[in-house]
Design a protein around this ligand. Structure first.
Ligand code: ATP
Ligand code: MG
Length: 347
């Protein structure tokens, strides 16, 4: 079977460290290994509009921001097709057909959608488009016959929903669609990186992010004011490293090389953790180290960003070319879907 990788991001803001450890790093690794037939990465503007429909400018502006983030972390348009969701209208048509295969109560049971509805304070006024986005996501995945989806763990219910739709479609209309599988990071802390405020998820909508494009001063300010263990008041106090986002970030990002380079009195994170847990290690020292680690990762990303910011036409060309290629592929799947459903009247 062909190996087809697909992922997307909502253009609701710049990409952050959660995206980096949860999904972007995996994408670049897969790209470099080259062991796949096709790889698609797309900007989910239709999905972003489901909860930002009153703010189209925000969505429009962030399309460019997100693509530049992609290119800055190393996604290479000669190896990966990068496209804009709304430039592939076949996705909307597929969504329409898949909607028949899902009940309202099934959509309402989706745990990620449920918590997002609460977070966005929709109350009883949930836009139909928002509730429907997992179906639209199934269209995105199946249009390209994608079977490997590198995501953070908040996306697992979406992949499950997609698998159900594929099975239902194939059993009613005959074997047509490919069942996708989620690929989540090996390391548990990377599957859902918490926010700088200690909240369960770093998320553009929650304003608790360190963005890939943040400059050094901003990163320093954010790191130095991060939530840590509230009971670790004095340096001598024993500290908790488990629910402490500073240590969680170090677990997600710091390598033994970083210790050698910036904090060589400790060999690795285990030693640093042991000292903090015993007492005698202050938050400021740990935060300074975290800042150095983040800077080490972000400096080359910022440099690349600068190049693309100065070459915006090139970025648009990449998007245009990718969108044309993606539309061809989606049109082919749509043709197969319509044939399977016996709605190909004039053929
Ligand atoms: P929004 O708040 O608008 O939903 P977001 O920050 O959740 O934005 P998305 O564009 O929804 O970002 O997510 C894109 C991808 O990044 C998904 O695969 C998601 O699982 C992953 N991701 C997002 N936030 C995190 C995080 N904190 N940790 C790990 N992965 C994440
Ligand atoms: Mg999200």
């Amino acid at each position: 079977m062909k190996k087809i990788i697909l992922t997307g991001d909502r253009p609701t803001g710049n990409l952050h460290l959660g995206h980096y450890v949860g999904s972007l790093k995996n994408r670049v690794k897969l790209q470099e290994e080259g062991n796949y037939d096709e790889m698609y990465v797309f900007i989910a503007d239709i999905q972003a509009l489901t909860d930002n429909f009153k703010n189209p400018k925000k969505v429009r502006d962030n399309i460019l921001e997100v693509v530049i983030d992609y290119l800055s972390v190393g996604l290479d348009p000669s190896k990966v097709t990068i496209f804009i969701q709304s430039m592939v209208p076949e996705l909307c048509e597929l969504t329409m057909y898949y909607m028949n295969l899902v009940t309202l109560s099934r959509l309402e049971r989706n745990p990620t959608v449920k918590s997002e509805i609460k977070q966005k304070e929709f109350g009883n006024s949930i836009p139909v488009g928002f509730l429907n986005y997992p179906i639209s996501q199934t269209a995105d995945i199946t249009a390209f016959n994608a079977n490997i989806i590198p995501v953070g763990d908040d996306q697992l219910p979406m992949i499950e929903q997609a698998r159900e739709i594929v099975r239902s479609f194939n059993s009613i209309y005959g074997e047509t669609l490919v069942e996708p599988e989620a690929m989540i990071p090996d390391s548990k802390v990377c599957r859902r990186l918490p926010g700088t405020d200690g909240k369960a998820k770093m998320s553009k909508s929650l304003g608790n992010c360190i963005y890939l494009k943040d400059d050094s001063d901003t990163v320093k300010k954010k790191v130095m004011s991060m939530y840590t263990d509230p009971n670790h008041l004095k340096v001598e106090d024993p500290g908790n490293t488990k629910d402490n986002p500073v240590f969680i970030y170090l677990e997600a990002l710091a390598t033994d090389e970083h210790f050698k380079k910036y904090l060589n009195e400790y060999k690795n994170l285990n030693e640093l953790k042991a000292h903090y847990e015993k007492g005698g290690l202050g938050d400021v020292k740990v935060k300074r180290f975290l800042y150095d680690v983040i800077e080490d990762i972000l400096t080359p990303i910022r440099e690349k960003r600068k190049y693309y910011e100065d070459n915006i036409k090139l970025v648009y060309d990449i998007l245009k070319e990718g969108s044309i290629k993606a539309e061809k592929e989606a049109a082919n799947t749509l043709k197969n879907v319509k044939r399977a459903m016996s709605i190909d009247y004039f053929n």
